[in-house]
Design a protein around this ligand. Structure first.
Ligand SMILES: [Zn+2]
Length: 432
């Protein structure tokens, strides 16, 4: 198929960083319609718009967030606070926000998508605690996975949560909402916005083992990814191992303490073995994984990924993240912002720069991969995005570079220059 010349658009840039090879100095990227047509040196084949001193990166992939908190101006609580105290603050915030209905939540999700576009993000792994506000977001140029959150440590919740998950996955957007007797309307979905579906059993302390097993079975049946918070805090590790510690009064206060949902001596490894039966798994955080658990994730990296959220990690002042250890074990690491309840904004570029500052032993090309192709693979979107390769979607993050002659990655990561434009499927989006 040939493309009319009028629909070809090309950019020249100081650096083009394709993500599957070295950066190209003074390169050209040409797009035909929604797709990349050429990436390489400027051979004069395309009349290119010169963008000057910028780097063109693959559109960034934010593999973990909760957009419903995007209305927050600052994180909840203070840096270094105990994780369980922060959870209590999140629950309180959510209850107050939703007291007047769902509009504020919908608007926060919309605001979060628009903010993400401004930061060069073109795909998102989003955890959704309720209905997806299709009407508020369907026209926005963004894709990703909406992971329906499953919560329920009590045996009584298992059946209802399982049914809600099944309904969520079965819903056919072409057919419209199916009438359901005595249950809430299915979550509406709009395929043109490009969002796909997954499930998120929230965490081992909030999900009954039977509900987790059922979620894994549903993920297999519907061939969708799972995302689960795991090994996030020392308090969680303590609760799983010994059923005690600060989580107990927190869960009691939420009427959600079900000690029998936590088998004695539970370890993250026990959860990883269950999750490993799903077709794709995002282990979110993994801050306190042990060496054997890291090795397990490395051995199963064909379908299991870890999502590191660097600035949220810093907010809680967790122990140093075992990033080099994970890379050595072959773990696929993606990056996420987590939500504005624990990080100041939704900039994945800021997360990359945080990694470069704190983990100077990690090669910068690997940091870029974490923010692009690794996230795309984790979410199952790598067939059409994550690298700048001919035939993939033209999803681009265009980043201003500081003046002066320096190395491409140093210019990009050791500075605080902004994303100046985002391209989604060939469409330039600027003026955020
Ligand atoms: Zn999270």
């Amino acid at each position: 198929m040939t493309t009319p010349a009028s629909s070809v658009r090309a950019f020249r840039a100081r650096w083009i960083v394709p993500g599957d090879g070295p950066p190209i100095r003074d390169g050209v990227l040409a797009m035909a319609g929604q797709l990349i047509q050429y990436v390489g040196p400027d051979a004069g084949d395309f009349p290119a718009e010169d963008l000057g001193n910028v780097a063109i990166l693959p559109g960034l992939v934010n593999s973990h967030t909760h957009l419903e908190f995007s209305g927050l101006e600052a994180p909840l609580g203070q840096s270094g606070m105990r994780f369980t105290d922060w959870i209590a603050a999140v629950v309180q915030h959510r209850r107050a926000r939703d007291a007047d209905g769902p509009v504020e939540r919908s608007q926060a999700i919309r605001r979060g998508i628009i903010e993400s576009l401004g930061h060069g993000v073109t795909a998102i792994g989003e955890i959704s605690s309720g209905d997806w506000p299709t009407g508020a977001v369907s026209e926005l140029p963004m894709e990703g996975i909406v992971f329906r959150e499953l919560l329920g440590a009590s045996p009584e919740r298992i059946e209802a949560e399982h049914q809600s998950a099944r309904t969520f996955l079965e819903f056919d957007p072409e057919a419209g909402p199916a009438p359901e007797q005595g249950s809430p309307a299915p979550v509406p979905f709009s395929p043109p916005s490009g969002w796909l579906r997954g499930l998120s059993p929230h965490a081992p302390y909030s999900v009954h083992p039977e509900l987790l097993s059922r979620a894994v079975r549903l993920a297999r049946t519907f061939d969708v990814p799972l995302a689960m918070h795991l090994a996030e805090s020392p308090e969680e590790i303590e609760l799983l191992a010994e059923r005690r510690g600060p989580f107990v009064p927190l869960l009691e206060s939420l009427n959600a303490w079900h000690p029998r949902a936590i088998p004695s001596g539970l370890r993250p490894m026990d959860i990883l073995r269950v999750l490993a039966d799903a077709p794709r798994v995002l282990v979110v955080h993994g801050n306190y994984l042990s060496d054997d658990e890291i090795d397990f994730l490395g051995a199963n990296s064909d379908r299991m990924s870890v999502v590191f959220c660097p600035r949220t990690h810093g907010f809680f002042q967790h122990r140093r993240y075992p990033l080099a250890r994970m890379l050595a074990a072959g773990v696929r690491i993606a990056l996420g912002t987590d939500s504005r309840a624990s990080t100041p904004d939704l900039s994945l570029l800021a997360e990359m720069r945080q990694v470069a500052r704190d983990y100077s032993e990690i090669p910068p090309a690997r940091i870029l991969q974490m923010a692009t192709i690794n996230g795309a693979r984790a979410l199952g979107l790598d067939g059409h995005c994550g690298t700048l390769v001919v035939g993939k979607h033209a999803n681009l993050a265009i980043v201003a570079l500081p003046d002066g002659e320096t190395d491409c990655y140093e210019s990009l990561l050791a500075s605080d220059t902004p994303v100046t434009a985002t391209v989604y499927r060939g469409e330039l989006i600027a003026g955020f």
